[in-house]
Ligand binder design. Structure first.
Ligand SMILES: *[C@@H]1O[C@H](CO)[C@@H](O)[C@H](O)[C@H]1NC(C)=O
Length: 467
């Protein structure tokens, strides 16, 4: 479907080829002009959406593709040379805005400032053509080991039924060659909307947790990069928890998730109760357990224009979110550590106890809710961080390590906050890793634009969630 769809659209260069070779300075000027003209083009494309001409799905799809074609014209004009400079560009490019098209204009600025994650994809057309979905980004991995006892079709009679086959569920798990099968505690990394596990984590928690004694990372590359039905995405998480435990001597695992990965995990813990017995820690970066009031950031003119299922389900008042939160789903099932930023440009509200990230503890399993700007108030690690910034934030990292090395959630009271809060990024992460972590947002944006089929209404709740 996606392939056929793509062939209908070919990119048309906005840059005119001149007869004599342009000088480097002329090229630079031309690139900057392209950035300006693309921003104008995006607002005019979205302006036509505003007039309601696109309420027909086919027209809407071609409009989204016009946005992709516009983005394909942008080339980097500058590269940040220091972490503080990179953070300040991220902050100006991602500051929350009520405007419908602002996110895609922000995307232009991030591409122009060289934030494309070039370690797996170095152009927008590379994302469109799935050039990024190979190697550690693969969704079809060969995992031959059988768990010590069956975890499919059900590990426990109270578990929900899977709609997918065991082969489908298992192949999305990427197990790196050095994995120790239980000698070290497994850590399952669950990505966010529009990303594979490797795209979300390759420049933060994969390197940070590789080679340490207290964690052993694997990650999930979920088909459709989490843009399909969130309930199906959750099946992959439920299966991975029981499978990875089952091939690791039935040891407990921990789950580290970003953004939607947290909804998937909480839904898995709710409807597959067997998983609750084997998760030591759920460490939750920029979660939206209550969805977001800013869903239109990724899907402009929602609900007049169709959108990917997962974003509709992450609206603040979606049926999915309401059902997740019912019957204690707004409370933790396993020790849970949340790490969130009050300046998140995608998840709102994200401040205080009303934050979408905030999780209750009715079952007394141990919860620690951590808003960066509260715990590190007025200090560098409590500064302006966007939705992806929690993944390289120094406080988030210190809490994750604290959770993984103690029983129960990560506790700020155990940390040396005087030192931790002075760091802008987790010790050991480079400028390039900060750029590429942020670049995961660019992949999300483009993936959302090209994903089909888009819908006007959220998918129906699964039977097991309505009985
Ligand atoms: C495994 O995780 C469960 C749920 O968090 C917990 O109750 C149990 O103590 C853990 N087991 C070990 C050996 O850590």
């Amino acid at each position: 479907m996606k392939g056929i769809f793509r062939m209908l659209f070919t990119s048309v260069s906005l840059v005119h080829i001149s007869s004599s070779a342009p000088s480097p300075a002329e090229i630079q000027v031309e690139k900057r002009q392209v950035v300006t003209s693309v921003v104008t083009e995006i607002s005019s494309i979205l302006g036509s959406a505003a007039t309601g001409v696109a309420s027909d799905s086919a027209v809407a799809s071609s409009l989204f593709h016009d946005l992709v074609t516009a983005l394909e014209q942008v080339a980097p004009t500058a590269t940040p040379t220091s972490v503080p400079q990179a953070i300040s560009i991220i902050n100006s490019a991602t500051s929350p805005s009520p405007s419908q098209g602002s996110f895609f204009e922000n995307v232009v600025q991030l591409i122009a400032n060289d934030f494309l994650p070039s370690n797996f994809v170095n152009s927008i057309s590379g994302i469109v053509n799935d050039l990024n979905l190979i190697g550690p980004n693969s969704e079809t991995n060969v995992n031959l080991r059988a768990p010590s006892s069956a975890v499919y079709p059900k590990k426990q009679s109270t578990d929900a039924p899977y709609s997918l086959t065991e082969a489908q569920l298992r192949q999305v798990i990427y197990i790196p060659p050095g994995f120790t099968y239980g000698q070290k505690p497994p850590a399952i990394l669950v990505p966010g909307t529009g990303n594979t596990g490797y795209e979300t984590f390759s420049e933060n928690y994969i390197p940070l947790l590789t080679g340490v004694s207290y964690a052993d990372p694997v990650w999930l590359n979920i088909p459709g990069q989490l843009l399909g039905d969130v309930q199906v995405n959750a099946e992959y998480v439920a299966y991975a928890i029981n499978y990875i435990s089952g091939i690791s001597g039935n040891k407990n695992v921990s789950v580290l998730a970003w953004s939607q990965g947290n909804l998937d995990t909480q839904w898995a813990l709710k409807y597959w109760p067997s998983t609750r017995n084997v998760v030591s820690d759920f460490i939750s970066f920029s979660p939206d357990f209550h969805g977001t009031e800013l869903a239109y950031i990724l899907c402009p003119y929602l609900p007049e224009l169709p959108c990917v299922p997962a974003v509709i389900q992450q609206e603040y008042n979606s049926k999915f979110v309401a059902r997740l939160r019912e019957n204690g789903g707004d409370s933790a099932y396993v020790p849970t550590t949340t790490i969130y930023s009050a300046t998140d440009e995608i998840v709102e509200p994200q401040q205080g106890t009303g934050a979408s990230a905030y999780i209750n503890d009715a079952r007394n399993v141990g919860v620690s809710n951590n808003e960066l700007q509260v715990v590190c108030n007025g200090q560098p690690a409590g500064g302006v961080y966007d939705h992806a910034g929690t993944l390289f934030n120094a406080l988030g990292y210190a809490l994750a390590v604290d959770a993984l090395t103690h029983s129960g959630p990560g506790e700020p009271s155990r940390l040396n906050l005087g030192t931790v809060c002075q760091e802008v990024v987790a010790p050991g992460l480079s400028l390039a890793q900060v750029l590429q972590t942020t670049g995961a947002l660019l992949i999300s944006a483009v993936s959302v634009l090209i994903y089909e089929p888009k819908m006007f209404n959220e998918p129906a709740l699964m039977a097991y969630a309505t009985s």
